[in-house]
Write a protein that binds this ligand. Structure first.
Ligand SMILES: NC(=O)c1ccc[n+]([C@@H]2O[C@H](COP(=O)([O-])OP(=O)(O)OC[C@H]3O[C@@H](n4cnc5c(N)ncnc54)[C@H](OP(=O)(O)O)[C@@H]3O)[C@@H](O)[C@H]2O)c1
Length: 316
């Protein structure tokens, strides 16, 4: 165990414990009923993953998936004091990280390095989105969308790169979306943010390849998470009379999609596979809707593809 492991760290109940080793790390030597993978892996050979946005949904499920495989998981979230259950998972330790804040990102990476000594994989998962119309969205709300989904992801990525370079490699898993490849009605700002993530990551992969840093784009379809009831996006959506019907149709489809979406655990499996793949694959579409929509947009003329969507949404 490295000396850094004795540093101060945030536990998931929000307290700060000093000189206790790594909460998650030391727990991995406890009875491991839910963590069979780590039984056979010596502590100093366990890989370390840092995941953003682990309070719920895909990030939470990914933390569990990596922990089950015997990884040391630095689960980062805005409010670690609320994540008592997450912090009890073997192999998981929690750190405060708000991707909107440069100082928060920097401090979280410092603490994770101090606690674990290395980082092998970073999963950029934090994000939100909601139905809105552009005409009635102010600069502040649009900026907020990009602040988290794009600039936050870029910030975390920038912090990870020098660590990966020093270690001789690493993997960035960007949780994008099927709407990073196709557009859906009513989500123009969210779609724009995910297209930005896709373009950024595809280009970045070239500049990081010489350093043995892999970039992955995981592209889920509809996933049953709090995304569809996200408070973060609520004030992005206003209901001006002239768009009322359009917004209501978009919300109807979104609600149905959310209710019937894939389980976050299913997406977490792909996040994990993308992290451990040894090849150079960039994109991992995952889920029925994602594969279908991307395929349709690929093979159909764009006018026909748009007509199918308009029909599904019952919009003119
Ligand atoms: N659900 C879907 O259908 C779907 C489909 C494709 C892609 N995705 C993408 O999957 C990712 C995870 O979403 P989800 O479906 O799991 O939704 P979710 O359950 O709402 O989880 C979103 C997570 O992001 C965190 N977050 C939001 N803003 C943050 C910030 N500034 N700093 C740090 N964390 C922040 C949230 O933390 P708090 O608890 O603090 O708010 C939460 O942990 C997102 O990037 C989303 O765009 C979702």
């Amino acid at each position: 165990m490295r000396g850094g492991h004795r540093g101060r760290m945030s536990t998931c109940d929000g307290g700060l414990i000093s000189n206790v080793g790594i909460a998650g790390f030391s727990r991995s030597t406890e009875p491991l009923g839910r963590n069979p993978g780590s039984l056979s892996i010596p502590l100093d050979m366990q890989k370390v993953v840092l995941i953003t946005g682990t309070s719920t949904g895909i990030g939470r499920a990914a933390a569990q998936r990596f922990a089950d495989a015997g990884w040391r998981v630095a689960a980062t979230l805005r409010s670690p004091e609320l994540a008592t259950e997450l912090g009890r998972l073997p192999g998981v330790s929690c750190f405060r990280l708000d991707v909107d804040s440069e100082s928060s990102v920097r401090e979280a990476f410092r603490q994770v390095l101090e606690a674990h000594g290395r980082i092998d994989v970073v999963v950029n998962n934090a994000g939100f989105g909601s139905v809105s119309v552009h005409e009635h969205s102010g600069d502040d709300t649009i900026r907020r969308q990009f602040e988290t989904n794009v600039f936050g992801l870029m910030r975390v990525t920038r912090e990870a790169i020098p660590i990966f370079r020093r270690q001789g490699g690493g993997t960035l898993v960007q949780v994008s979306s099927m709407v990073g490849r196709v557009a859906l009605p009513g989500y123009s700002h969210y779609v724009a943010s995910k297209w930005a993530v896709e373009g950024f990551s595809e280009s970045l992969a070239f500049e990081l390849r010489p350093f043995n840093i892999r970039v992955r784009l995981v592209e889920p379809g509809n996933v049953k998470t709090q995304f569809y009831g996200s408070k973060a996006g609520e004030d992005l959506a206003r209901d001006p009379a002239e768009y009322r019907e359009f917004l209501s149709r978009c919300r109807e489809v979104a609600a149905r999609a959310g209710a019937s979406g894939d389980a976050p655990e299913f997406i977490a499996e792909t996040v994990f596979r993308a992290a451990v793949d040894s090849g150079r694959r960039l994109r991992y579409p995952v889920g029925r809707n994602s594969n279908l929509l991307i395929f349709l947009s690929w093979i159909l003329p764009s006018s026909l593809y748009a007509a199918i969507l308009r029909r599904q949404y019952r919009i003119p």
